[in-house]
Ligand binder design. Structure first.
Ligand code: KQY
Length: 362
């Protein structure tokens, strides 16, 4: 069912990711112009992420028809596999943003244009991706709000208590909502997420092909507490970006008037794509080329909360152990689980980008 009102009008809002989940939605990687070697290494990485989450809550993976049997065989038995067409596999960005009033569940279906449409989008067409949110909501019998805003789930985080963080680099990028002012975009965020305050961090992570999704840069650990990807190396291209985010966030209060505590998480790398990895990706006109030596936008903050757990990307990097230890200290109520995620990073995102939580209601 399609609703023409807004979640705010109806008393629905987006719960924080760290609130209880009914389960997790994912998609299956296969496009050879994004994933090397026909997606085989990425499929193993996605299967490991799904398995890690399934220790904590139920997982559903949507798969194109021609990969259904392969995915079924590669994913562990407790994972539900369904046929669900998509152009690529970023459920955070193409899936619905679920909203709840505490009892009922509905979902927001944003406009998806592959991270920038014909201006600077990452592939064309994106019609199957655009239909994913509506299909997931149909499966869940959840009412759908069609939002008049180009937005991917990776470009927002909420604290569940009235505050949203995003980046100006992303939501004000010319490929998304060039017909809207910042005030109009903010007003849509308030109406659809049902938040009181939007904090506009200037920029995201260096070289992030999403044009600066907040989920690679920063996330709420709990209300008024944020994890921020960080480097102490002043010569690193990320330094100025993280510093400006830090200074901005500590100067702000949230919707309830609290000062924000910001925890710095040392970034890995720099992680560069190897010649062998670049060669494994099909070169196709209109999709982003992968070149040996390109720096990938690696960040431990691109992790995913699930019931009692946090699934954190690792990269085979000297900083992995420290990041896991720091996050475990910051999240003593959860079990922090590291999952090797270099193959996901090579596709342009990470564990948070490939997952979407469905809140528990009632
Ligand atoms: O949310 C994301 N990080 C998705 C990135 C899409 C990359 C496509 N190559």
């Amino acid at each position: 069912m399609l609703f023409h009102s807004t979640p705010r009008t109806d008393g629905f809002s987006m719960p924080a990711e760290f609130a209880p989940h009914a389960g997790t939605w994912m998609l299956w990687p296969q496009r050879p112009d994004n994933w090397r070697l026909g997606g085989k290494p990425a499929q193993k990485a996605f299967a490991a992420v799904a398995r890690a989450i399934a220790q904590f809550e139920s997982v559903t993976v949507g798969v194109n028809h021609n990969q259904f049997m392969n995915a079924r065989q590669m994913l562990s038995a407790e994972i539900r596999v369904i046929e669900l067409s998509s152009n690529d596999s970023w459920m955070r960005d193409v899936g619905p943003t679920f909203v709840s009033d505490g009892n009922g569940l509905r979902g927001i279906d944003w406009i998806f244009n592959a991270w920038g449409g014909l201006y600077n989008g990452l592939y064309f067409p994106w019609d199957l991706d655009e239909a994913v949110a509506a299909k997931v909501l149909e499966i869940e019998r959840a009412t759908r709000y069609k939002a008049p805003l180009v937005l991917e789930g990776g470009s927002i985080h909420v604290d569940g208590e009235g505050t949203c963080i995003t980046t100006a680099e992303c939501l004000l990028s010319p490929g998304r909502n060039s017909d809207l002012t910042q005030a109009e975009i903010e007003s849509h965020l308030k109406d659809y997420l049902n938040v009181e305050k939007v904090l506009w961090i200037p920029r995201g992570v260096f070289n992030d092909e999403t044009t600066g999704h907040v989920d690679n840069l920063a996330c709420f650990l709990r209300p008024a507490e944020i994890a921020l990807t960080w480097t102490d190396d002043k010569s690193d291209s990320q330094y100025a970006r993280s510093l400006e985010a830090y200074e901005f966030l500590i100067s702000q209060t949230d919707a309830r008037g609290r000062k924000l505590i910001v925890h710095k998480i040392q970034q890995p790398g720099p992680i560069l794509i190897s010649a062998e990895e670049a060669e494994g990706v099909d070169a196709v006109d209109g999709t982003l080329p992968r070149k040996a030596g390109d720096r990938m936008a690696a960040s431990y903050v691109n992790f995913y909360f699930c019931n009692g757990g946090a699934i954190v990307p690792t990269f085979g990097d000297r900083r992995d152990a420290g990041a896991l230890e720091t996050l475990q200290k910051l999240l003593p109520e959860r079990r922090v689980v590291g999952v090797p995620a270099r193959e996901i990073l090579l596709g342009g995102g990470n564990i948070h980008c490939i997952t979407q939580q469905q809140p528990r209601v009632g």
